[in-house]
Design a binder for this molecule. Sequence first.
Ligand code: SAH
Ligand code: SF4
Length: 351
Amino acid sequence: MINILDYTKEELYEIIKPNFRVKQIFEWIYKKNANDFLQMSSLPKNLREELNNTYHFSPLKCIKSEESKDGSIKYLFELLDGMKIESVLLPMKKELIDENGKIIKHARYTICVSSQVGCKSGCSFCLTAKGGLKRNLSAGEIVGQILWIKKHNNIPYERRVNIVYMGMGEPLDNLKNVSKAVKILADNDALAISPRRQTISTSGLAKQIIELGNMNLGVLLAISLHAVNDELRTKLMPINKAYNIASIMDAVRAFPIDQRKRVLFEYLLIDGLNDKIEHAKELVKLLNGIKAKVNLILFNPHEGSEYKRPSIENAVKFQDYLSAKGVTCTIRESKGLDISAACGQLKERLS
Ligand code: SAH
Ligand code: SF4
């Protein structure tokens, strides 16, 4: 059986005729949340049966979910070959309801998806790194995570959803399938999630950042920087030996970004290691001339990790320094800390 979520509309035009049938199929899958092909009543019966014998669109099943006090929900999915991945639904803004019970502001959501089973980058602070890379996810397995989460949380089709490729895996190590997923998700006949609402986070694969830039998809870029000098960065992230900080910054400078947008730099604060004002000073220098936004993340401890979470006071001092120097900077709320929401942590606990 073939996963039909792996296909762009244009690819299906080559296989299923006439074209409007493909649009109808997309509509049933992505807009009407159909459960199977046989339900697709606007298609001729023989086509429905043919599709049902050839394709499926359920590449994953949920084997566990955990809801955090702050409302984020973490899902553990099993793929058809038994491999496991995680995704997280993060409600960003609560629904606002007036005294008559009318909704005046709709909730907003961010969905954090995995791009690989495991990861080969080997970052010392990250649980996903532990077992190495098992395999890439297909485009349809990435799209499937979002489709499943939207459907099972009754998130209406038109509700605004942001996608962050910040789950398990290194998206730019699976660029072909990730870029395809971006396009499928963006299709107006699919989920219509604009590339400007999709953020690809990378440990800094400079060569692939340039390749991604050349594709001109319009996606947003996030760099997991975490350290301001190569010595420390290589200790934290061995991939830095292949692509040092200077090479990453060059690739970022060449990356096409929307006038109104910025490149996001993620900076993981680890107690006593990279969280001093001297590091903040270096960071300001490094970002000079780049339209950047910094997201400070407090290290999320896990069993067996040698690092410690810094105090919030330290994080605020770091943030204040950056802000005073004109660098836009936020501290990522510890969303889902109580459900172990940093990448790989739910899977690790279960296996
Ligand atoms: N491989 C990509 C995307 C997935 S990781 C990347 O590295 O950017 C998503 C983010 O989670 C990265 O910024 C990563 O550094 C961060 N992360 C990993 N382990 C963490 C932990 N224990 N605590 C907090 N953040 C963590
Ligand atoms: Fe891979 Fe990202 Fe984890 Fe590093 S932080 S091991 S690149 S998933």
